[in-house]
Design a protein around this ligand. Structure first.
Ligand code: GAL
Length: 993
């Protein structure tokens, strides 16, 4: 028989006992006491059979202490269990509403002092802002109640249980409960009291809740106030000092909507806030309001009458040491970073964040899609049978969640859409949640992606739609039914605004094609942009047994079931380092566009902003000759209104005859903002003004004769046809390299491959590469010939048990005072897949002067790939070898610099080897990668600490690389960026440093 204590955990009721109704999270002057700090703590592996720990006299002296807020699995160095990561799967049997007896349960106790003057309070309330997953509360030995809804606020009336002076509060927290079925988000399971615990004295005549709904139209602001208070709270006065507004309501019935006159509107671009106080007889509440009107008109989503385009991020609350525990300073910096990278929107995936985050979003300026804490994705595995979203037994739990979500955050101007949750199938409870929200808040639309047919939500939302599919949704040219829709349902969905609540899965190196999605937004006004999945990696900082720190992912804590590194899919690495994909996002989302008209010597400046003009920006220009600045200045200043364009004259550009000439234009902040300093670059464009210069032709040589291949040509020494030294230092190569350490996208197995004929649904590109042996090529020398000034070898390169091969002809020749290397790469017939790269590799052993740096003229400064080139600009760059690679949580392909013209390898700052790349007959230039590990070594490591010690620097020069795509979760590389086996030429000129 289950004990009363274990039966408790499988009850679907969301709250019990003296739990109070949801209300706004307000800044009030009523007295409060934080109960954050050190609590006594005991962890039991299963639900204890008694609750004697809650009694007043219980002796907890042999218990440990734990900080509140925290997650117990991130405390005590493993003494309290370890985090578990799963994506879709439940880490317990799907047996709703039951959970296993092995249910880690944390008992917490602490004393607190109730000030004597609190005796005058009408009520004493104890608030929990976040406890995972179900908790039960006692004060002075009396049971008060309990609640679930981990990322939601719960308040309990403890008035009749507290006394002046010393009190003891006891909380029992169960890791697993019926509620866990509703919280199957793709993230770590992290139990504990992880948000603030606060005691508040509610005064007699206090204001229970305030909702200041605002509106904005034609320069005028409007308030629709709602005051929840008893008659004794009145008169209540609302003041907006800055606007000279003062309203006195003498009774609840007086509280009616009113116009406030001329105001500045709130938008994510100009987050204008006004300080407001609402004061009653006994309590005063401070709010910061923004005036804005959210509406859907036809298939447009508008704020203040103007269409919104979301350049958004899905934001989880995650930190490598704190987990979901909030740190305001870190959050503020995180949001400021988003602003610096042209992010204008946040979806709070997949639950309400710490309430302060929304104050920050109001202040810094973001469009927020505020999501309820609900996901039941694991029911997918059982065909959605028993899904809580469609079972009346769970209706109250679902409704309670959305009520707590909306009520807590309803005052925030940044919140422009409510989202019912994520991946919870569909059903009556979701429809009931939507109906409740519609009735409660007519001022914001309801979103839920799982409502595929649009039965009960207001916007059409999808995740991971491909570029062509997104285009077909945006355009009216396709009559094909939409996913999971009948023709009639499709027609309904096409009448709504569309957004991608998730797209561009940023796992590891990638995604590609961000710019292609962006183009569509400007072609089809129905499309409102979307939210990248996701903002940051969820790595948990831990150490190997020998003490090496690393960011752990699924499986690193010995979980029974887990989903590996699928939780490392952010645009920021776990340690806050922006990945190149975030730079790409910034370039793609830039709100100012430049279109050069070199004929008339003008540039057209277009503002893609929502409503702000460009008066906050300065336009700078500079001219570079082969990457060296030769002139610079400011363009004529101009103010472009949102959505408009204007033309500005370009400067005279001095064109070099022996160098490339590039004009770069930047839009930069003219003054400091809350999130960046003056001079911060918002948008950039480049114009190639180079004079045409001839490409040296290949000199045909005659007089080839068979050779033993042991000779010296310029700076190169050869033995038996193979390079052994360059400029006196040992170097081997070039060897054909077709392999790259598969990215997470290369390892993706999604079925979305219809566009790319070389891909196979359900089989990753990486699996095909391994099948074809690209990671283990071997060579057979076919011939070695020489002339007096040249050496030519031909090799056939292939893999074990493969009939396909590549013929590689290598010609070294002395051309004046330089050495030229020309490599002709020609695949046989029969290759069936795309290739990751077509490159040649040189190995440079360390010797006494390890190659540890590079300087180059080409695209940079960061890595770039064919479908992710927008952040790269033409210029001169330098970097240490270790900084040329990105520390992805799972090592993978990284570091490719595209379109290199000249590259110098350095050792401790001295030049070792200079290479320049001659474009091929179609003008294409190679890229390069400089790394301490080979692709094969990188591919074998699951974590950075597994990479072997290295004694060699590896240079790979690639004629081409495959795109990145987004197939870890979504579409494959677009066909135009897929690399098919093809013949390529690489031509380099080399000289010694
Ligand atoms: C989505 C889901 C996200 C995340 C993502 C993949 O389906 O909503 O929570 O799991 O896939 O990383």
């Amino acid at each position: 028989m289950p004990s009363q204590y274990s039966a408790y955990v499988s009850d679907t009721a969301p709250g019990r006992g003296a739990l109070r109704a949801a209300r706004s999270w307000l800044h009030s002057d009523a007295p409060t006491r934080s109960l954050n700090g050190s609590w006594r703590f005991r962890l039991s592996p299963a639900v204890p059979t008694t609750a004697d720990f809650a009694s007043e006299g219980f002796d907890d002296s042999d218990w440990d202490s734990i900080p509140v807020p925290s997650h117990w699995v991130l405390q005590g160095d493993g003494a309290y269990g370890r985090p578990i990561y799963t994506n879709v799967q439940y880490p317990f049997p799907v047996d709703p509403p039951h959970v296993p007896d092995e249910n880690p349960t944390g008992d917490y106790r602490r004393h607190f002092d109730l000030p004597a003057d609190w005796a005058e309070a009408e009520r004493v309330v104890l608030r929990f802002d976040g406890v995972e997953s179900l908790f039960r509360l006692w004060v002075n030995g009396e049971e008060i109640g309990g609640a679930s809804g981990s990322r939601l606020a719960h308040e309990f009336d403890v008035t009749s249980f507290v006394r002046p002076g010393d009190n003891v509060v006891a909380v029992r927290v169960h890791q697993w409960s019926a509620a866990s079925y509703l919280e199957d988000q793709d993230q770590w399971w992290l139990p504990g009291i992880f948000r603030d615990v606060t005691l508040t004295a509610r005064p007699a005549g206090g204001i229970e809740d305030v909702w200041l709904r605002t509106g904005y139209e034609d320069g005028q602001g409007r308030f629709e106030p709602e005051i929840t208070a008893g008659v004794t709270a009145f008169p209540v006065t609302l003041r907006v000092p800055e606007l000279g507004v003062e309203r006195v309501w003498t009774a609840p019935d007086d509280v009616v909507p009113f116009e406030v006159g001329a105001v500045d509107p709130w938008s994510a671009e100009q987050p204008r806030l006004y300080d407001v106080t609402v004061s009653g007889a006994a309590e005063s509440i401070a709010l910061r309001v923004g005036f804005r009107t959210v509406e859907i008109r036809g298939d447009r989503f508008l704020v203040n009458g103007r269409r919104v385009v979301f350049h958004g991020m899905n934001r989880h609350e995650t930190h490598p040491e704190r987990g979901r525990v909030f740190d305001e300073e870190h959050a503020r910096e995180d949001l400021a970073r988003m602003k610096r990278f042209n992010v204008n929107a946040i979806r709070t995936s997949h639950y309400p964040p710490h309430p302060r985050l929304l104050d920050l979003a109001d202040e810094l300026g973001f469009w927020v899609v505020l999501e309820c804490d609900l996901e039941t994705h694991g029911f997918d595995a059982v065909g959605w049978v028993g899904n809580p979203s469609d079972d009346p037994a769970w209706r109250e739990a679902c409704l309670d969640r959305v009520r707590r979500t909306v009520e807590r955050d309803k005052n925030h101007p940044s919140v422009v859409i409510w989202s019912l949750g994520n991946e919870a199938g569909t059903g009556g409870n979701l429809a009931a949640m939507a109906a409740w929200v519609h009735a409660r808040d007519t001022g914001r639309p309801v979103h839920y992606e799982g409502d595929h047919t649009g039965e009960y939500t207001d916007v059409y939302s999808r995740m991971y739609a491909s570029v062509p599919e997104t285009e077909s949704i945006g355009s009216d040219t396709s009559r094909a039914p939409l996913m999971n829709c009948t023709p009639a349902q499709s027609a309904r969905q096409r009448t709504k605004p569309f957004l991608l609540c998730e797209y561009a899965h940023a796992m590891g190196n990638g995604p590609g094609s961000l710019d292609q999605y962006e183009e569509l937004v400007h072609l089809y006004p129905r499309l409102h942009g979307g939210f990248v999945w996701e903002w940051r990696d969820h790595g948990i900082l831990t150490t190997t047994p020998d003490g090496t720190p690393y960011y752990a992912y699924g499986g690193d804590f010995g979980e029974t079931v887990h989903d590996g590194n699928f939780v490392m899919d952010g645009m920021l690495l776990s340690d806050d380092v922006p990945t190149p994909s975030l730079h790409e996002f910034k370039a793609v989302a830039q709100p100012v566009r430049f279109t050069f008209d070199s004929g008339t010597g003008h540039v057209e400046v277009t503002s893609l902003r929502h409503s702000a003009d460009t008066s906050d920006l300065r336009l700078r220009w500079r001219v570079e000759h082969d990457g060296t600045v030769v002139d610079s200045g400011d363009l004529k200043s101009l103010v472009v209104a949102a959505g408009e364009s204007a033309r500005v004259p370009l400067p005279e550009v001095p064109v070099a005859h022996d160098a490339e000439t590039w004009l770069t234009v930047d839009a930069v902040l003219a003054a400091d903002t809350a999130w960046a300093s003056a001079g911060h670059v918002i948008a950039t464009a480049q114009l190639d003004c180079s004079a045409r210069r001839p490409v040296p032709g290949v000199r045909r040589r005659t007089g080839w004769r068979p050779s033993d291949g042991t000779l010296t040509l310029g700076i190169a020494d050869f033995a038996e046809g193979s390079l052994v030294r360059l400029g006196g230092r040992p170097v081997t190569g070039p060897r054909l390299e077709l392999f790259r350490a598969p990215t997470d996208n290369d390892e993706g197995v999604s079925d979305e491959v219809e566009e790319s004929d070389a891909a196979v649904a359900g089989v990753s590109a990486a699996a095909l590469w391994r099948r074809d042996g690209l990671d283990r090529l071997t060579a057979r020398r076919v011939s070695v010939e020489r002339t007096d000034e040249a050496l030519r070898t031909v090799s056939k390169v292939s893999a074990a048990n493969s009939g396909s091969s590549v013929t590689v002809e290598t010609v070294w020749s002395v051309e004046g005072d330089e050495l030229e290397l020309r490599v002709e790469i020609e695949p046989s017939r029969g290759w069936r897949t795309v290739w990751p790269r077509i490159g040649i590799r040189f190995d440079l052993p360390d010797g006494t002067a390890p190659v540890d740096g590079a300087e180059w003229f080409g695209l940079g400064p960061l890595e770039s790939y064919p479908d992710s080139l927008r952040a790269a600009r033409t210029g001169r760059f330098s970097a240490a070898v270790r900084d040329l690679s990105v520390d992805y949580a799972r090592p993978q392909e990284t570091g490719h610099r595209s379109q290199v013209r000249r590259l110098t390898l350095t050792s401790a700052g001295s030049e070792v080897l200079r290479l320049s790349a001659v474009p091929d007959l179609r003008g294409r230039r190679p890229g390069f990668t400089l790394s301490r590990h080979t692709p094969q070594q990188i591919a074998r490591a699951a974590h950075p600490f597994e990479l072997p010690d290295s004694t060699t620097t590896h240079l790979i020069v690639d004629a081409a690389q495959h795109g990145l795509g987004s197939r870890a979760c979504g579409p494959d590389v677009r066909p135009e960026f897929a690399l098919r086996p093809e013949s390529r030429t690489i031509r380099l000129r080399l000289s010694a440093g």
